[in-house]
Design a protein around this ligand. Structure first.
Ligand SMILES: [Zn+2]
Length: 271
């Protein structure tokens, strides 16, 4: 599943190709994504210029003078920059075509992604308005995490995966960040110390920055036509490694279920 680093990498990868480019046509081949792609986008967007491409949580925001396209990649979506005449594949559901002969094409086999339109302030859209801070922003810091965690009876892992607390900490990154911060994922959020909050915010930022950096080097160009989504495998310390030895203490990594999600940790290193 595309996580925040992949979405950030996608954002940086496509922006240079479509920013300041003029849309000539919007093609919807299958409207039935997680929510239906709104009608009338071709009429609205033809001859509009892309002002910028930004990201909020895992939403890509394609901004024009008259409004914003909100794109989410769901479980299996990917965006590529291709020549307009590149062959159409089975799951290519949506594309923006541009004046210089390229297109931005969305492929989404499982159709859990979305393409929506907001003509007013996009940050007030129902999908965005209640989101917590971005993990890499200064506003997300140890104080904030510590204050918000007081009296919370959920586990720390579920707490950091709550988008109202901080966005973009998916299941893999939550396990990895807790390992780095040496915190047991089962610990109650309300029971973490100030030091834990410090270590954990630092770990979350570090893990995500590493992944974005790696994505940047893996995907130099979104002009790939091999049809594979350009997601990248990070070197993970605990996630998916149940039964293997901990890289830090050589004891065995354990897998448990928290909030119905697989969780990996080292019981020796993470107290
Ligand atoms: Zn260990």
């Amino acid at each position: 599943m595309p996580e925040l680093p992949e979405v950030e990498t996608t954002c940086r990868g496509i922006a240079p190709h479509i920013q300041n480019n003029i849309i000539t046509k919007v093609i919807v081949r299958n409207r039935n994504l997680r929510w239906p792609i709104p009608k009338g986008l071709n009429t609205k967007l033809s001859q509009q210029k892309i002002i910028s491409v930004t990201r909020r949580a895992k939403y890509l925001l394609i901004n024009t003078d008259i409004g914003t396209l909100i794109v989410h990649l769901g479980m299996s979506g990917s965006l590529r920059i291709l020549s307009t005449d590149a062959a159409i594949e089975k799951h290519d559901h949506f594309e923006l075509q541009f004046k210089d002969g390229i297109c931005l094409r969305l492929r989404d086999p499982r159709r859990f992604g979305c393409v929506l339109w907001e003509k007013n302030n996009v940050y007030e859209h129902r999908l965005l308005i209640n989101l917590g801070p971005e993990p890499l922003d200064k506003i997300f810091n140890a104080n904030l995490l510590f204050q918000k965690s007081r009296k919370r009876k959920t586990t720390i892992k579920q707490f950091i995966m709550d988008a109202k607390i901080v966005v973009g900490v998916g299941n893999i990154y939550a396990s990895e960040a807790l390992f780095l911060a040496k915190i047991n994922p089962k610990r109650l959020a309300g029971k973490i110390t100030k030091k834990h909050a410090d270590d954990l915010t630092t770990a979350i930022k570090k893990i995500l920055k590493q992944a974005i950096k790696q994505g940047g080097t893996t995907l130099k160009d979104f002009r790939s036509s091999d049809g594979k989504p350009g997601y990248f495998q990070q070197k993970l310390k605990v996630y998916g490694r149940a039964g293997e030895v901990c890289s830090s203490c050589k004891k065995t990594i354990k897998q448990i279920i928290l909030g119905q999600r697989s969780t990996y940790y080292c019981p020796n290193c993470q107290k």
